[in-house]
Design a protein around this ligand. Structure first.
Ligand code: ZN
Length: 596
């Protein structure tokens, strides 16, 4: 379960994006103009990461790790579709403008199907849509066939067949058989293992060395558990996630894990901020705007959170909508023993902030307010949001029964809990600003408050843009309406919005009280009533959203730092510079301009 912040984008992308580009018939693949329009939804953005502070050994290890991530790219292409490598090679030979556009869009999607358009094909001569089982199962295998076969296996084989790290193949006689990843992708895994071992020998950090050696062994043995445990203990300037992890691309059973890589550098400043906030969490809990009897006098240990900058993303980790945070591992046995760890990709969030949020602010905020939209405020609130999931009611009593908010609020819990983390996150930052402890007060408390709420206003539009079918989007619609009704958000006649800081503070406290009380009392009927009346897109919000057409949906990374330290890191089809992508077809742009 990861892709936390990007999930809302994935859910919604198909809803509003068809109008922006992908409106073509699968029978007739998009022409050059259509492909250009589809690609314009993903704005190329540079990832620059400071690496000078790393030890010499770590800098040399980083090069090996980026190379290993390129091996992961190859493995994921094979997992995604059996025809993928051949298709990718053929596209590289087509030097026509259409061929080059196809190659670029192929690389963005890691296959011939458009992620933003319900996985419809954009190339001729390929299956019309992504195969539900990717290449984890034979294309002609049915669910029933798999289940009947499963019954013939021993318990140990059954565990493998439904496990993360095997593929199912058909033997010559037609019978199904299991192949471990270590066999199915042997040459690429051997190469990746070799590179990880070389990186392990170079790094100056013991926890990284331990993880890399363990993961290299897992690539060859197919036993991933010891390396998952070592990953939980990883605490190093070079922060790496590499291997088979998420099961989204197995749309038949959700059993099989796709290979991905995130080669990151730890952000020590944000990590220090997290530590500082952690020291205040009990105090925040003790003052939450709720009946004091609901407060938890002793908070338990929180799962570790790492803040990093992504240098290179590989495999599924660089496909379609970019991930901004992930929570791993998925192996429940490891989670029971060690818990899970959340990794937040700060530079990816910054790229989305610049490319998507600032243009939104430009359209919906008055010029005087726009200067208060700040990434520092945005990211600090994101950190606080994550921490606040661990505060507030966790174990509750309803009519004498010990239970949890999740069990009582059922299908509405996700929306209520996301809104709670958002609203109490604002409340907690205000609490720290009042004490001069938020880290945002460099230019005074008044400025810190104005930036916090104005930035939040701009980011509200970004979240509701994806619709109320998603927990984050619906929770944000609820907040938007609440703040508007309580005078915290102020609509102007020209269609822009502003914040009234004193009223906003009151509105945040009253909504925090409302949400915390719903959770503390496990009040399903109350949650239903609140969401039915307030978790909706009302006309004033819809009018604002209608003004956001043409703003990119997401970013496509240009791994500038990775290309600087290892030019071979640039895959064919990946943009090497921002301008290469934007001005890729100047003659086409001129033609359009002439027509107008
Ligand atoms: Zn959340």
């Amino acid at each position: 379960m990861k892709k936390i912040a990007s999930l809302l984008l994935v859910l919604c992308s198909s809803v509003l994006l068809l109008a922006q580009g992908g409106d073509y018939e699968a029978a007739a693949p998009p022409d050059l103009a259509q492909l250009e329009s589809m690609m314009s939804r993903m704005a190329p953005t540079r990832y620059r990461v400071e690496v000078a502070q790393l030890s010499t050994g770590d800098r040399r290890a980083l090069v090996k790790l980026i190379e290993a991530a390129r091996a992961v790219d190859r493995i994921f292409l094979q997992q995604y579709w059996s025809g993928n490598l051949a298709e990718y090679e053929a596209l590289q030979k087509d030097r026509s403008p259409l061929g080059q556009a196809r190659l670029q869009y192929f690389w963005l999607n890691k296959g011939p199907w458009s992620v933003l358009d319900e996985n419809k094909a954009f190339l001729p001569g390929v299956p019309p849509a992504k195969l539900p089982g990717s290449d984890y199962y034979p294309a002609d295998m049915t669910k029933d066939e798999f289940n009947a076969w499963l019954q013939t296996l021993t318990p140990a084989e059954q565990e493998q067949a439904t496990g993360f790290f095997t593929v199912v193949r058909r033997e010559a006689q037609g019978k199904l058989t299991l192949v471990p990843y270590s066999e199915a992708y042997k040459p690429d895994l051997e190469q990746a293992a070799k590179l990880l071992k070389e990186a392990a020998a170079l790094t100056t950090n013991a926890s990284l060395k331990k993880f890399l050696d363990a993961r290299a062994a897992a690539f060859l043995s197919n036993d991933y558990r010891p390396s998952d445990l070592a990953w939980m203990d990883l605490d190093a300037p070079v922060d790496v996630t590499i291997g088979p992890y998420e099961t989204y691309s197995d749309e038949i059973f959700g059993y099989k894990a796709a290979f991905e890589a995130y080669i990151n550098v730890r952000d020590d400043r944000e990590t220090a901020k997290l530590a500082r906030f952690s020291a205040h969490l009990q105090e925040i809990e003790d003052h939450l705007p709720e009946d004091p009897r609901y407060r938890n006098p002793r908070l338990g240990a929180l799962s570790p959170i790492r803040v990093v900058d992504e240098v290179y993303g590989g495999g599924e980790g660089d496909q379609g909508i970019q991930t901004t945070a992930y929570n791993l591992p998925n192996d429940e046995a490891v989670v029971r023993e060690k818990g899970s760890k959340r990794v937040m990709l700060k530079n990816v969030q910054e790229a989305k902030f610049k490319t998507v949020l600032l243009p939104i602010a430009h359209r919906l905020l008055a010029p005087a307010e726009r200067k208060d939209v700040s990434f520092e405020s945005f990211f600090t609130h994101t950190l606080m949001h994550e921490l606040m999931h661990g505060l507030g009611p966790q174990q509750i009593t309803v009519a004498g029964r010990a239970t949890t908010p999740r069990l009582e609020i059922k299908d509405l819990y996700g929306t209520i809990e996301e809104a709670k983390a958002d609203v109490t996150g604002l409340w907690a930052l205000q609490f720290l600003i009042d004490k001069g402890q938020s880290g945002l007060e460099a230019q005074g408390k008044a400025m810190a408050e104005r930036r916090l709420y104005t930035t939040y206003l701009a980011s509200s539009f970004r979240s509701v843009r994806f619709g109320v079918q998603d927990a984050h989007g619906r929770g944000m619609a609820l907040q938007f309406n609440w703040y508007l009704d309580h005078g915290g958000y102020v609509p102007r006649p020209d269609g822009t919005f502003a914040v009234d800081v004193p009223k906003m503070k009151e509105a945040v406290a009253s909504l925090a009280h409302e949400l915390l009380t719903l959770e503390a009392t496990g009040d399903y009927a109350g949650a239903r009533k609140l969401l039915d009346t307030m978790g909706i897109i009302r006309p004033e919000l819809q009018k604002a959203l209608d003004r956001l057409g043409g703003i990119p949906v997401d970013i496509q990374p240009v791994f500038t730092t990775a290309y600087n330290i290892l030019p071979a890191a640039k895959a064919p089809g990946a943009p090497a510079t921002v301008s290469e992508w934007r001005g890729r077809r100047p003659e086409a742009k001129r033609a359009v301009r002439k027509k107008k």
